[in-house]
Design a protein around this ligand. Structure first.
Ligand code: PLP
Length: 460
């Protein structure tokens, strides 16, 4: 197809989309039935607008990333200025750029708040790439340290660590493993701390103990001297906003220390204020050796990710010559300049404190309005991450038979029709609004959710 582009003509763009574009994580046959993707043309604050003029309150901050909201000309100006000055240079040739160095120092300033040893930064462009970096760096570290048998990563079922070969393998999503012969060897998946789904009715601390016991059992069956690291999202995002019992992470940390295993937190969603702290692990009071971050680092305005690495690991890397790993766009100056400006906005506007003290608690209270709804098994949140579990029988965690796993997408589609962008993950609706969201907008999210659940009831 070679249609000349008119000024954002809806039918034309949808036809071109179907003819040429393969969107991410999509069912291409279904897209064809639907007549092409919804084309988003502009956005402001917490509202996105599509090519047909429909506006949606963005309850997902794009894809868990637009923390400072849309329409920040300051970020566009930071990119523009940097592109005029130095649009690109690499960090391969014993070279660096000012924005990369300054951003590394800025990230370190936030990481040392909870762990003084966590102060080095390696740049990449996506969360998946960050986890690939983690994977290679950790295995290299143990080899240099004289324990080359420590190669095994322990992760959780239903975790999400990205879409690359290492990222999807570290992740615990079996439907992703089914495509491409994954996971790669050396990755073990253990229980997830999903109280509603897998420990319904249990005491949260006893459930956390059982999950941690599963990790210890796996360490012992693999052999403690073969385990390199444990990796987990402080709160599992794409798994359905799985908020662990408060005692879970400190116990996981103690276990890692007991067996000398590295503790890695994937902060790709939880970082940069989502849980009301700079990083999610700071909410749980643990000190990871390594963290991965992306998304909120630049609020999605340009692609960038980073891996935070502790000094004790860097000291070992220094004994091994070149760390032969890196990307053309590691430390991309325009992306770094945007991330610096983005962090500046988060600081200046107090978005983390606001999430912790105002909007996070407000969302939690607003969601309690759904507690009495016949379809709602649980409505939970932490900071500005929320989830609503859809059940077939009130007071249980039973799902709709025949439609198991589909209630989320059904309710999501109704929410979208009603003007709210949320995500449906199996039988769970998840939300992750920009950190600038107002109390009135939170009320609107919950109002639309409630109306949409009412509308879904007869069709589920
Ligand atoms: N890790 C976590 C926790 C994520 O949620 C994601 C993406 O949603 C990733 C890694 C992968 O990031 P990206 O899509 O930028 O590769």
């Amino acid at each position: 197809m070679n249609l000349p582009l008119k000024n954002n003509d809806s039918a034309e763009l949808k036809a071109l989309d179907l003819a040429h574009h393969l969107p991410a994580q999509a069912d291409y046959a279904l897209l064809e039935q639907l007549g092409g993707s919804r084309i988003i043309t502009h956005a402001e604050g917490c509202v996105i607008t599509d090519i047909d003029g429909k506006s949606l309150l963005d309850g997902m901050a794009g894809l868990w990333c637009v923390n400072v909201g849309y329409g920040r000309s300051e970020l566009a100006e930071a990119a523009y200025k940097q592109m005029l000055e130095l649009p690109y240079y690499n960090t391969f040739f014993k070279t660096a750029t000012a924005p990369a160095v300054r951003l590394a120092a800025k990230i370190a300033e936030k990481m040392v708040l909870s762990n003084p040893d966590l102060k080095h930064v390696f740049f990449n462009s996506s969360g998946s790439e960050a986890n690939d970096t983690v994977f290679r760096l950790v295995r290299h570290y143990w080899t240099l340290k004289g324990e080359p048998d420590r190669q095994v990563f322990i992760s959780r079922r239903n975790a999400y660590h990205g879409s690359t070969v290492a990222g999807a393998s570290l992740g615990g999503m079996t439907f992703m493993h089914a495509q491409g012969g994954l996971p790669i060897p050396g990755i073990e998946h253990v229980r997830q701390p999903y109280l509603f789904g897998e420990g319904f009715g249990q005491d949260p601390d006893a459930f956390a103990d059982a999950c941690v016991q599963d990790i210890e059992d796996r360490i012992l069956s693999v052999g403690p001297d073969k385990v390199a690291a444990f990796i987990g999202e402080p709160v599992q995002g794409a798994g359905g906003v799985v908020i662990p019992p408060q005692s879970y992470w400190p116990k996981v940390e103690a276990l890692c220390r007991k067996y000398g295993i590295l503790l890695i937190c994937d902060e790709v969603i939880c970082g940069f204020g989502r849980l009301g702290q700079w990083f999610g692990h700071q909410h749980y009071g643990v000190k990871p050796d390594i963290i991965a971050m992306a998304k909120g680092l630049s609020s999605g305005y340009l692609p960038i990710s980073a891996v935070g690495v502790s000094s004790h690991i860097v000291e070992v890397l220094k004994t091994g010559g070149d760390f032969v790993h890196g990307y053309t766009y590691s430390g991309h100056p325009a992306a770094c300049a945007v991330a610096l400006a983005n962090i500046g906005i988060i600081e200046r506007e107090g978005l983390i404190e606001r999430t912790r003290e105002v909007t996070g608690p407000y969302l939690a209270t607003a969601l309690t309005r759904l507690d009495g709804h016949p379809l709602v098994g649980e409505a939970r949140s932490i900071g500005l991450l929320g989830a609503v579990e859809i059940v077939s029988e009130k007071g249980t965690n039973l799902r709709f038979k025949g439609a198991e796993g589909h209630a989320g997408p059904v309710v999501r589609d109704i929410c979208i029709k009603n003007g709210l962008m949320v995500r449906g993950i199996r039988d769970t609706i998840v939300m992750c609004p920009p950190l600038i969201i107002t109390e009135a907008e939170i009320d609107r999210i919950v109002d639309i959710l409630e109306a949409s659940l009412n509308e879904a009831e007869p069709v589920l």
